[in-house]
Design a protein around this ligand. Structure first.
Ligand SMILES: [Fe+2]
Ligand SMILES: [Fe+2]
Length: 168
């Protein structure tokens, strides 16, 4: 079983993952309305990834014989200035999540919960990837200043993103 402290912390993170999913789905809607179907699809894939993160943690808590307590999910933002604003927000959001993941891993180290430390490593690596991919896209969007034929090309590329749940 997990210690009460760890159980509470992972439950909080599960809620944060659902909150991320909700935010990205809201961004997908905005991008769709802005006639950027490729980026809308990219964001919807991001939503699927966050749902996967939440369920991965959910399964882990139950596997450890502890309990999940689902909380309410904050209403997401609906409006952005433009696509660059969306991706700036995404990067800021992911940086905040990285901090949460690091804090949760540090807590597991303090509690000498080695199984949770190991479990959290996957998320530590995942955050490196997430921040890198969002930073790259943001830099490309800034390069084309979020408009014109450059944006059209980037949208076509963003449409190619797929999500395949990892085997473990
Ligand atoms: Fe996540
Ligand atoms: Fe994420």
């Amino acid at each position: 079983m997990l210690s009460k402290k760890i159980e509470k912390a992972i439950n909080k993170q599960i809620n944060a993952e659902f909150e991320s999913a909700y935010l990205y789905l809201s961004m997908a809607t905005y991008l769709n309305n802005e006639n950027l179907p490729g980026f809308s699809h990219w964001m919807k894939t991001q939503y699927e990834e966050e749902m996967f993160h939440a369920i991965k943690m959910y399964d882990y808590v139950l596997e450890r014989g502890s309990s999940v307590s689902l909380d309410s999910i904050k209403k997401p933002k609906h409006q952005w200035k433009n696509i660059i604003d969306v991706f700036e927000d995404t990067l800021k959001h992911e940086q905040g999540v990285t901090k949460m993941i690091n804090d949760l891993t540090s807590l597991a180290i303090d509690e000498r919960d080695h199984a949770t430390v190991n479990f959290m490593q996957w998320f530590v690596d995942e955050q490196v990837e997430e921040e890198a991919s969002v930073s790259e896209l943001l830099a490309q969007l800034q390069l084309v200043e979020g408009k014109g034929s450059g944006l059209f090309m980037l949208d076509k590329e963003a449409a190619q993103r797929t999500f395949t749940p990892p085997v473990n």
